[in-house]
Write a protein that binds this ligand. Structure first.
Ligand code: URA
Length: 241
């Protein structure tokens, strides 16, 4: 790691935001090698220096990197803190001590597989448009698409100012009597509300939307509202996609 600014190191250890850490330093709450430092720009070498809280009770160390998946129910917002006071996905992560954040997002009324981590590099890679992790959704539509509509979705369709990349689309259920269909859509991108907009672009509306899988991960065995840690192999699998 080499020399790093104290507040940056503290933030990377999951203590608080960089700004908040600067304040903590200025308030004289942090010791480096036994001495209280109040200069936020102070450089430290985490491999050599002992960095701890003033009371000496807790050393400031990098958090173990963790990765987990949640089976998100509808009605929860994908955010760490919601200004409007709505229920957030964070409230479902009972027992998770690490400071994880959502990897990407699912709309409030979308359910299914949502990843979390405290590994900034992992989050950047997986959410970067060039990474193109495969994501599979099942969508229940009001209206039954024609074969021509399905081809449009497969080949790429204009949603607002953007044309989607080729997608795999399969009709799982066609219920003409009730004017309902169920489709499985596999995409490699993740524009805002993309699946809903694709459905809208063929003149139908979305009744329910669920993300079934992300890369090599699926929801198997995880009930709504439950979460679990990913194994090392699972994390490697996603990164190598
Ligand atoms: N597409 C959507 O429309 N919503 C989601 O939450 C994810 C993908």
């Amino acid at each position: 790691m080499g020399m790093i600014r104290l507040q940056k190191y503290m933030a990377e250890c999951g203590i608080a935001s960089r700004r908040k850490c600067e304040e903590m330093i200025a308030d004289g709450l942090i010791r480096v090698n036994g001495d209280i430092v109040t200069e936020p720009g102070t450089k430290v070498d985490p491999l050599v220096d002992k960095i701890e809280f003033k009371n000496g009770k807790k050393e400031i160390k990098p958090e173990k990197k963790v990765y987990l998946m949640l089976n998100k129910p509808v009605g929860y917002v994908t955010t760490v803190k919601d200004e409007k006071g709505r229920s957030t996905v964070m409230s479902l992560l009972k027992g998770v001590e690490e400071k994880v954040v959502p990897v990407g997002r699912l709309d409030m009324y979308t359910s299914g597989l949502l990843l979390f981590s405290n590994d900034g590099e992992f989050i950047n890679k997986v959410t970067h448009p060039s990474h193109e992790t495969t994501k599979t959704y099942v969508v229940k539509t009001r209206g039954v698409p024609s074969e021509k509509d399905l081809e449009k979705l497969r080949n790429g369709i204009k949603i607002e100012d953007y044309t989607t990349s080729p997608a795999k689309v399969e009709m799982l259920l066609q219920d003409n009597t009730n004017d309902i269909a169920r489709l499985r859509i596999e995409i490699h991108e993740g524009r805002n509300r993309q699946v809903r907009k694709m459905v809208q672009a063929i003149g139908l509306s979305t009744i329910a939307l669920k993300r079934e899988s992300v890369g090599n991960l699926s929801l198997d065995g995880l009930n709504k509202g439950e979460w679990r840690y990913l194994s090392e192999e699972e994390v490697k699998g996603i990164l190598s996609e």
